[in-house]
Ligand binder design. Structure first.
Ligand code: CTP
Ligand code: MG
Length: 406
């Protein structure tokens, strides 16, 4: 079995309600929708993934998958104008694929919308089992509202009997001959705008079986769906802890003559300063590590390699701006930070307030949300001998999609 993932939509309805981020990259409980969906399909039975994405976004998606999906075969196909075009584009790639180990009529293609990140294993297994028997099966749930067909100016034309109606979902699973025949027939007959695959198969006369889907298996379409999905993922969200993450950072730099001493973005007059590739602002380095840690994004060494000439003598405040952007992109913002500077020299008290104000501005926090502590080591060890300065930071961040729940 292979999986086809349509992921080339533009999220128009999401944008129309004020959401600016690309729909499939919005984090749900801290993880992008696209990645969550793919993880629900990461099963041994699925041998390869054909993912339809717009050409300009392919690299972004490939980078996301690299983190989690190493052992799978993943092929990106150019998405089309409509969902139907995206699936057809993937089918053209599947047709060229040479990895099959069973004859054509037993080759299964599982289609699942990238926008359905809450797929459960039992739904998937039901659809696949049915498709093995019948060649074509889809998941669906009974509709709860009474459905009306409406015409011009909102006048009702008809009321189909509710008990016979189902809202269809993906997965939709077909054997290769059934699906290929449906998509090629649609092309010859110039049938466009199909919003699901079963529709095109129905047109060929091949029976399609509907098996129970799940009410959890929602398609993320509007901002309200994000809240529903967050609730499904977190159980009942508790305002106290929902979306909160903590991170910790630690750094040390050596004190040497002839360098500037910069701590928390504030230059402190001194005979000795901190040695490093950048401006060696040990405090901001520990702070950045704490923030990156809270959103699960590694450390500053990964983001700003110290052999990259671009960072030579750079103002660490500039790097902090990049970290804040990374935080925003993963849907998070700082809540508060607590800093400890461990230094025998210099005395920090006269600069503490300046540092605090500077960091608060850079983090978008008030000064009460930024705490700066300083301690010596009672002349013990390398810090006590004034050979270096260390800093430790604990940072709390909150995921903003969850913020809207509170
Ligand atoms: N899709 C696609 N190619 C398109 C349109 C949609 O691959 N030209 C994908 C979407 O990325 C999504 C799935 O088909 O995973 C279902 O589409 P939908 O939920 O409608 O998403 P969008 O088309 O992105 O949203 P909208 O219709 O609001 O623009
Ligand atoms: Mg759409």
């Amino acid at each position: 079995m292979i999986a086809i993932i349509p992921a080339a939509g533009s999220g128009r309805r999401m944008k129309a309600q004020g959401e600016e981020r690309p729909k499939l990259l919005i984090p749900l409980a801290g993880e992008e929708i696209f990645l969550r969906t793919l993880k629900t399909l990461n099963l041994p039975a699925i041998e390869a993934f054909f993912i339809a994405v717009s050409v300009t976004e392919q690299e972004t998606y490939a980078r996301l998958l690299k983190r989690e999906f190493l052992e799978k075969k993943v092929y990106f196909c150019p998405g089309g104008k409509e969902r139907q075009d995206s699936i057809y584009s993937a089918l053209l790639a599947v047709r060229e694929w040479t990895g099959w180990r069973v004859p054509e009529e037993r080759r299964l293609l599982l289609i699942h919308d990238a926008a359905r990140p809450l797929l459960e294993r039992d739904v998937l297994e039901r659809v696949v089992a049915a498709a093995r028997q019948t060649g074509a099966a889809v998941a669906g749930v009974p509709v709860k509202d009474t459905i009306k067909e409406v015409g011009a100016e909102g006048f009702i034309l008809s009321t189909p009997e509710r008990s016979k109606l189902r809202a269809v979902q993906t997965p939709q699973v077909f054997t290769w001959p059934v699906l290929w025949a449906a998509y090629t027939q649609a092309r010859t007959e110039r049938l466009t705008g199909a919003t699901d695959d079963a529709f095109l198969v129905e047109k060929t006369g091949h029976p399609v079986q509907l098996v129970p889907g799940s009410e959890r298996n929602i398609k993320i379409t509007t901002p309200a769906d994000l809240r529903v999905a967050e609730a499904f993922l977190g159980g009942l969200p508790s305002p106290a802890s929902d979306g909160l993450r903590v991170g910790y950072g630690f750094d040390v730099h050596r004190l040497v003559p002839g360098r500037r001493l910069v701590l928390g973005g504030v230059e402190i007059p001194s005979e000795v300063g901190l040695e490093g590739h950048s401006d060696a602002d040990v405090l901001i380095h520990a702070l950045m590590d704490a923030l990156l840690g809270a959103v699960g994004q590694g450390d500053i060494g990964e983001h700003f390699p110290d052999n990259d000439p671009a960072y030579h003598n750079i103002d660490s405040g500039r790097l902090l701006e990049d970290v804040m952007t990374a935080l925003a992109q993963s849907g998070a913002r700082p809540v508060n930070v607590d800093v400890t500077v461990i230094a025998q020299y210099p005395k920090l008290a006269p600069y503490r307030h300046l540092i605090r104000e500077n960091l608060a501005t850079r983090l978008g926090l008030s000064v009460t949300e930024v705490n700066i502590k300083a301690t010596t080591t009672e002349r013990l060890g390398f810090i006590g001998r004034q050979e270096g300065i260390a800093a430790q930071v604990v940072a709390l961040v909150k995921h903003c999609s969850a913020c809207s729940l509170v």
